[in-house]
Write a protein that binds this ligand. Structure first.
Ligand code: HEC
Length: 107
């Protein structure tokens, strides 16, 4: 009985932990951050090209945000809060090349 109980507790802990991790970023909030902080340059006719989110895989975006992005937009990146960054990455991941939603073509 005790063994069953400890397995149950472990399972519950794992579930609550992974849902905390998954809740770390919210793509809808990320989209707002993107509109507010990025689209003044990244738009048609703007200073920078429009960004194609399906240009990279999730891993590609994670890498970009941890190195490439910081190099190109260091000042801007450090102005964002950790939370805003999490949201932004979630948004980029949602439409990444290897995301299921993109594969099925139904957003
Ligand atoms: C002050 C203008 C400016 C702002 C604001 C800005 N960027 Fe950029 N970004 C650039 C420029 C310039 C480049 C390099 C040239 C290009 O891609 O047009 C670039 C390049 C990029 C690229 C690479 C594009 C590619 O196709 O390889 C990504 C991704 C990117 N920015 C993301 C962001 C994100 C995310 C934000 C908001 C948090 C942001 N940028 C805000 C100017 C800006």
């Amino acid at each position: 009985m005790q063994k069953v109980l400890s397995i149950l507790v472990t399972v519950l802990l794992v579930i609550s932990f992974s849902s905390t991790v998954m809740a770390a970023g919210n793509w809808r909030k990320g989209k707002k951050v993107f509109k507010a902080e990025c689209m003044n340059c990244h738009k048609r006719g703007g200073e920078a090209k429009r960004i194609k989110l399906n240009k990279k895989t999730k891993a590609g975006w994670t890498k970009f945000f941890s190195s490439g992005y910081e190099a190109d937009h260091a000042a801007l990146w450090s102005d964002l809060s950790d939370e805003q960054r999490e949201h932004l990455i979630k948004y980029f991941h949602k439409y990444a090349k290897d995301d299921k939603a993109t594969h099925l073509g139904c957003g």
